[in-house]
Design a protein around this ligand. Structure first.
Ligand code: SF4
Length: 476
């Protein structure tokens, strides 16, 4: 059995963030529940983890650090948290802000309502403009993350009530955001007006939960109630009275890449099972592309479901071709990205007995830079595969994302500068086909206009030129 070592940032695209918030009538070991919820959201960010809980009126106890959830928190750390009725948590991968603990979340600060804590998933594209304005007004910032700007804006506008502050702040934000905010004995959850980022509501024996994905609510043995609607602000007070209001300008354009790759297969987003969407993509690939092959396999984890769907329709037997070591964590933090890329490895093995002398169809969820696909194809050939035909369960990724998913500039995306034939040659496959957009949209259970599809077709839901997306424009 041969194996390859891939830098973590090649094998797994750096996902965005995961957030969770819980409020209860009773004081309890809240940090433990938040920990298990964050554990279920670990796939959304492996750089840092943090928990903040309310204790005494208007005070917050928090702990955050670089590392995986189970590296940041052990039993001693969790036991140090006071019993409380409310808390929020965050896992992060940096798509904005540099990689250091100052940029870890939740952001905790003193404001009009005592200590407040904010956790954010997404990217605010007018953040630099807001920050410049606030700095000129005398505000100061200690980090480079959007969440601190959001917190400052909420505080600025909270003169009369926290609810008003959140609403006025959100009316100014442009971009993608799912937020949980804890202050004034309340828990607030917000989903941006385009619902770009997922956020759902759950119930656990009367306690109220918010989480980026339903898998976190399921993992706590709670019941998923519903997704937050586009632009919805939900405020829950200490008596668990819940009140919803809406940010103006609602226009749903949910991130379709959540179904393709970002979300866990056992999650459900806006009423659609991620597993079902991926399975359907595989079935459609089989209807569109009939390939003379002996076996079909998926790249773990997200494409395995699509490979099973392909197998069902085509009759080509499903096999496991690759094995991923899931237990390599972030053991220490290197000071620079390049050192980190070299030191944090993910081990990927080919299962030789399953592929030797076989004509193999390999399904992946997407191709971003192309380097990973090339290494995987080579690995399969080195282990005896006779032919490797790649099928991709989404269209060509050709445009950058400005909404919190780490797809860099067009020149770093292989689909941004090569056509399909050239990509096939570059990754060394015998053939390569992509799922068309209309099929992906159908599999995700909506209409094209319900989704952001920009990284595939450049159809951005926001006029990106107007906001200088991708450029650093902080003016002081
Ligand atoms: S550009 Fe792509 S990854 Fe970014 S929000 Fe839109 S669909 Fe999602």
């Amino acid at each position: 059995m041969k194996s390859i070592l891939l830098p973590q940032n090649e094998f797994e695209r750096q996902e965005e963030c995961g957030i969770i918030g819980i409020i209860s009538k009773e004081k309890k070991e809240m940090a433990h529940d938040l920990y298990f919820g964050l554990f279920a959201l670990q796939h959304r960010g492996q750089e840092s983890a943090g928990i903040a809980v309310a204790y005494e009126p208007r005070k917050v106890y928090y702990y955050k650090k670089m590392g995986l959830v189970n590296e940041v928190f052990n039993e001693d750390k969790l036991a140090a948290f006071p019993d409380t009725n409310c808390g929020i948590g965050h896992v992060r991968y940096s798509t904005t802000g540099s990689s250091n603990v100052v940029n870890a979340q939740p952001v905790v600060f003193y404001g009009r309502w005592g200590r407040m804590a904010v956790a954010h998933n997404g990217n605010i594209i007018n953040c630099d403009a807001i920050k410049s304005r606030l700095i000129k007004q005398g505000h100061i910032f200690q980090s480079s993350i959007d969440s601190e700007v959001i917190a400052a804006l909420i505080n600025l506008y909270s003169e009369n009530s926290l609810e008003e502050g959140v609403k006025r702040a959100c009316e100014e934000l442009v971009g993608a955001y799912a937020l949980v905010i804890m202050a004034d004995n309340k828990l607030v959850a917000v989903r941006d007006p385009m619902a770009l980022k997922p956020l759902c509501l759950g119930d656990k024996k009367g306690d109220i939960l918010f989480a980026s994905e339903t898998c976190a609510i399921d993992s706590l043995d709670a019941t998923v109630i519903r997704d937050l609607k586009p632009g919805e602000i939900v405020v829950v007070d200490e008596n668990l009275q819940m009140h919803s209001s809406f940010i103006s300008g609602v226009n749903r354009r949910s991130c379709i890449f959540e179904y393709v790759y970002l979300a866990r297969s056992d999650s459900k987003i806006d009423g659609v099972n991620v597993y079902d969407a991926r399975y359907e993509c595989g079935k459609m690939l089989a209807q569109l592309f009939k390939i003379d092959a002996d076996v079909v396999a998926g790249v773990p984890d997200s494409a395995i479901v699509s490979a099973r769907g392909y197998s069902e329709v085509s009759g080509v037997p499903y096999i496991d071709a690759l094995s991923k070591n899931r237990y390599i964590g972030r053991t220490f933090i290197q000071p620079s990205q390049s050192l980190r890329e070299n030191s944090v490895k993910i081990k990927l093995n080919a299962i030789r007995g399953n592929i030797k002398n076989k004509r193999l169809i390999l399904i992946d969820d997407s191709i971003v830079r192309g380097t990973t696909s090339r290494k995987i194809v080579q690995l399969l050939r080195d282990n005896g595969a006779k032919e490797v035909h790649m099928l991709i369960a989404s269209p060509v990724v050709a445009f950058p994302c400005f909404f919190g998913v780490d797809m860099e500039s067009k020149d770093k995306l292989i689909g941004g500068y090569k056509n399909e034939q050239e990509i096939c040659k570059a990754i060394g496959a015998d053939s390569l086909h992509y799922l068309p957009m209309d099929c992906l949209v159908k599999a995700c259970g909506g209409k094209k206009e319900d989704f952001c599809t920009a990284c595939f077709d450049g159809d951005y839901p926001i006029p990106i030129d107007k906001y200088n997306c991708g450029k650093f424009v902080l003016e002081i």
